[in-house]
Design a protein around this ligand. Structure first.
Ligand code: NAD
Ligand code: UDP
Length: 337
């Protein structure tokens, strides 16, 4: 087994307080995960290159003695004494992952490889934040884990979709070849506080546009669908999957099966914000999937998990977050001006 012959025993494994590495912990989902793990009494080391993540997302965690963070790009190898690894590092919004597509691929492929090697050396369980994008523009609806997908390997989304697919293959092979305990979540569109105002994904775009009174930008005719999961539901799914028996190494869909058209989402955001914004229609991006909804039977059966937060509630909470964020940045602007 070559490089990892020493793996097999981790002296910290039986301790109840585990040292957990969260790669991408300064991002939207990562910062919620760090908080959840700290509240569960774990020690958390966040590593992040701060490309899309923000220090602001971590500020409220600095009060925990058990929290630390390191600026590090997972494309480079890392060595730390660790019991568990969550790999969330990767830009997730199309404009962000397309801004430097080669680095996006390196992040999913080399980054996953580096963290899998660390997991193998440390005998640590490792979790991969995969994505519904592995299904591409699906011909099967809703999407079960058994569907192999319809992904364009040669287009603007390929760096993300194919990078994540290759990462899943690496997780499979480290499990088979080295016995590493692996967990893979295929995450469907998730939203909530700690998204960036300039994130570029649909929920944050619509809310920020509505709050500012700017035009709401629907790409295409708005008939494409997505299923939107609130962040708290998703994080509960992450933790349950990580704690599931070692035999559950195959990918598991995590998402909210409630399916909405993008036009319906725009109407909901306008109604909940009371905005006077008008809707404008812009070209549909290349390879934009037409429909997406998770089949979550596996998560229900194996994790006893399903989302409980309705879209209206989740949107209200996200709107409140963006109101505070925009008020703070307006205040900061007034101070400088
Ligand atoms: P995000 O962009 O807010 O967070 C990604 C984090 O990873 C950021 O903090 C960023 O700075 C960091 N990062 C990026 N490249 C890195 C690198 N090379 N080295 C170290 N850190 C790096 O996105 P998010 O929505 O929080 O997504 C987190 C993970 O979940 C991603 O892997 C994403 O692909 C996956 N995911 C998210 C969704 C969703 O709807 N939010 C859906 C599917 C999959
Ligand atoms: N979208 C839109 N207006 C926006 C941003 C996105 O109509 O301002 C559309 C986008 O074309 C896609 C859907 O909303 O059909 C979800 O886009 P997002 O980038 O949030 O996620 P993904 O395409 O990766 O699922």
């Amino acid at each position: 087994m070559g490089a990892f012959q020493g793996a097999g025993r981790n002296p910290r494994q039986n301790q109840s307080k585990r040292r957990i590495l969260v790669a991408g912990g300064a991002g939207f989902l990562g910062s919620h995960l760090c908080e959840r793990l700290l509240n569960d009494g774990q020690e958390v080391i966040c590593i992040d290159n701060f490309s899309t993540g923000r220090l602001e997302n971590l500020r409220h965690l600095l009060r925990f003695d058990a929290f630390s963070f390191v600026r590090h790009d997972i494309v480079e190898p890392i060595d730390l004494p660790i019991d568990e690894i969550y790999n969330l590092a990767c830009p997730a919004s199309p404009p962000h992952y397309q801004a430097d597509p080669i680095h996006t691929t390196k992040t999913s492929v080399l980054g996953s490889l580096n963290l899998l090697e660390l997991a193998a050396r440390s005998n640590a369980r490792i979790f991969q934040a995969s994505t519904s994008e592995v299904y591409g523009d699906p011909h099967v609806h809703p999407q079960p884990e058994s569907y192999w997908g319809n992904v364009n390997p040669f287009g603007p989304r390929s760096c993300y979709d194919e990078g994540k697919r290759c990462a899943e293959a690496l997780f499979h092979d480290f499990h088979q070849q080295y016995g590493v305990q692996t967990k893979i979540a295929r995450i469907f569109n998730t939203y909530g506080p700690h998204m960036r105002a300039d994130d570029g994904r649909v929920v944050s775009n619509f809310i920020v546009q509505a709050l500012k009174g700017d035009d709401i930008t629907i790409y295409g005719d708005g008939a494409q669908t997505r299923s939107f999961c609130y962040v708290d539901d998703l994080i509960e799914g992450f933790v349950r999957l990580m704690r599931a028996p070692a035999s559950l190494d195959a990918p598991v869909n995590l998402g909210n099966p409630g399916e909405f058209t993008v036009a319906e989402l725009a109407e909901k955001v306008i109604a909940l914000t009371g905005s006077s914004s008008k809707i404008v229609y812009l070209p549909l991006p290349v390879d934009d999937p037409r429909q997406r909804r998770p089949d979550i039977s596996v998560a229900k059966r194996e994790l006893n998990w399903e989302p409980s937060i309705q879209l209206a509630y989740g949107l209200k909470s996200t709107i409140a977050y963006f109101e505070r964020l925009l008020a703070r940045s307006a205040g900061a602007f007034a101070e400088v001006a």
